[in-house]
Write a protein that binds this ligand. Structure first.
Ligand code: ADP
Length: 506
């Protein structure tokens, strides 16, 4: 049952229109046929077709005469004895006299039934119709009415003569308008109007049903669009179908979902930004207060020995370095984000560049008690890429210092630096065995001000800027940067750069 409902919901709009239109036609025809059948069933008694009720010529009167003749001849064909037939004929024609209508029936030339005598009726009929009454005749004229008919049934010949001198034919006078008015107000007019009304009613009814079938899902869509416009992004359009509207509803639901996600994300970034600005302000104040305190100490003569003064100056210098680092980071990211930094690229052998980096930086950071490994292709001497060496070593330094920052407290830090050579690109990976990043955070770590551990508030422990800077610099090189990580196992940062040339070892 449920499947059936589901299938009908999946009907395409064009099928719905086709079904609705054909049902409108079929329904209208059925209503009209039923109405006509009911009418034809009740019409004979309504119009009294079976007996003649008027002495005036009209369509109805003709139908009545035809029906009366059929009823009379039906008697001839019946197997009843003659006296029964005659009694029936008497019943059928008993009201003839009320209208002055005479009837004379013969069977094989012998009188069979009449309400007059032969001479009277033949004289009257001949005077009205000017006919010898030997051939069939249905004459309705202003002189009167004459019907002569003959039937051969069961080997017998019946002849019927009917005559009435009081019969009148109303002249076809009057305007068309009067005719139409009289037709409208006649019984026939009433039936025609009734049929017409029924026809219109069934069409209107079917149009309402049709439009409901088509407009209901559209109303659902409109409601959904209005809810989205009002900002209700939790609203789901409840229309599950594979037809055109179902596809649109799904697309709108997806769009709302994506919109909601991106708004949530933006809110989260805004929140991080606010937190970071608060953190930066706080972290700038700390070295600033320290500088102020030590400068006052020197001014007020508290640092009264040359050793003390030197120590004060060292502390002041280190505090200003902290402030400078922080401000430089901020300046860098805002310049990068505003597109105000131009790279100073030149063709560089990435292998020797990384060799130098390892020698200079990795050896230096060994004071942090770490082990490092370095792997590079041995069969190639030169892999040329376009590089801004200063900025690119900043990228590698940021990544390496993150490995140090996010090392496990109780485990020796291992950093691996590997260069992989591909047909068109070179990929540099830096892997550590640190605390790792969980799945929810990994896609955001390159966003500005994003920190996976929101609890850290000291900017010295991380400002959320380092990887954003890396991403901007790598993008400016036309490369890409991405991360893979397992929580509590470690993190790998991958950087891919396009090659311009390579030279193989002989
Ligand atoms: P931060 O200054 O906070 O380190 P980054 O932009 O360098 O900012 O890094 C963003 C966030 O990504 C960090 O706050 C940290 O949570 C996470 N992260 C970056 N590198 C690593 C890593 N090697 N191991 C674990 N987490 C890392």
């Amino acid at each position: 049952m449920k499947t059936k409902k589901h299938n009908s919901k999946n009907l395409s709009i064009s099928s719905r229109i086709a079904i609705a239109t054909s049902s409108a036609i079929v329904f209208t025809i059925i209503v009209t046929v039923i109405a006509s059948s009911i009418f034809s069933y009740i019409a004979p008694s309504f119009y009294n077709f079976s007996s003649v009720t008027t002495n005036n010529y009209s369509l109805l009167n003709q139908i009545q005469w035809n029906q009366t003749m059929i009823t009379i001849t039906d008697q001839f064909a019946s197997n009843e004895p003659d006296d029964v037939k005659q009694r029936s004929l008497c019943r059928i024609t008993e009201h003839f006299k009320d209208f002055g209508t005479q009837i004379y029936i013969t069977e094989n030339g012998e009188e069979f039934y009449s309400n007059t005598d032969e001479k009277t009726i033949t004289t009257l009929a001949k005077s009205i119709s000017k006919s010898d009454l030997e051939t069939k005749l249905y004459s309705y004229c202003d002189n009167g009415l004459v019907i002569v008919d003959k039937y051969n049934v069961n080997g017998k010949e019946y002849k019927i003569i009917i005559a009435n001198k009081d019969y009148t034919v109303t002249p076809n006078a009057g305007t068309n308008r009067e005719n139409i008015t009289s037709l409208l107000f006649s019984k026939v007019g009433f039936i025609i109007i009734l049929e017409g009304l029924l026809f219109i009613f069934s069409i209107v009814l079917m149009s309402i049903i049709t439009s409901n079938i088509i407009t209901k899902p559209i109303k659902e869509l409109t409601k959904g669009a209005n809810e989205i416009a009002k900002g209700n992004l939790d609203y789901k359009i409840d229309y599950d179908s594979t037809n055109e509207i179902g596809v649109t509803a799904n697309a709108m639901n997806d769009m709302t979902q994506k919109l909601k996600e991106s708004i949530d994300e933006r809110n989260q970034i805004d929140q991080s930004r606010k937190e970071m600005i608060a953190g930066l302000a706080h972290d700038l104040r700390t070295p600033l207060t320290s500088v102020k305190g030590y400068v006052e100490g020197i001014r007020d003569g508290i640092a009264n020995t040359p050793e003390k003064q030197e120590q004060y100056i060292k502390t002041i210098y280190s505090s200003t370095l902290d402030m400078e680092k922080l401000l430089n980071e901020l300046l860098d990211i805002s310049r990068l984000e505003l597109g105000k930094i131009q790279l100073n690229v030149e063709p560089t052998n990435i292998l020797s560049f990384i060799d130098e980096f390892v020698e200079e930086k990795m050896v230096k950071i060994q004071k942090y008690d770490l082990d490092y490994t370095y792997n590079k292709p041995t069969d190639i001497e030169t892999i040329m890429v376009m590089l801004d060496t200063d900025r690119f070593s900043r990228v590698l330094s940021n990544i390496a210092s993150n490995s140090i920052k996010y090392a496990k407290p109780n485990e020796k830090l291992l950093i691996d630096l590997t260069i992989q050579n591909y047909e068109k690109s070179v990929i540099i990976t830096i892997t550590d065995n640190g605390i790792g990043i969980d799945g929810d955070n990994i896609s955001h770590i390159f966003d500005t001000f994003y920190r996976a551990d929101h609890a850290r508030t000291k900017t010295r422990e991380g400002s959320g800027i380092g990887l954003a800077v890396c991403k901007e610099i790598v993008s400016l090189h036309g490369g890409s940067i991405w991360a893979s990580s397992t929580l509590n196992k470690g993190t790998t940062i991958h950087i891919s750069l396009e090659k311009i040339k390579e030279v193989n070892n002989e």
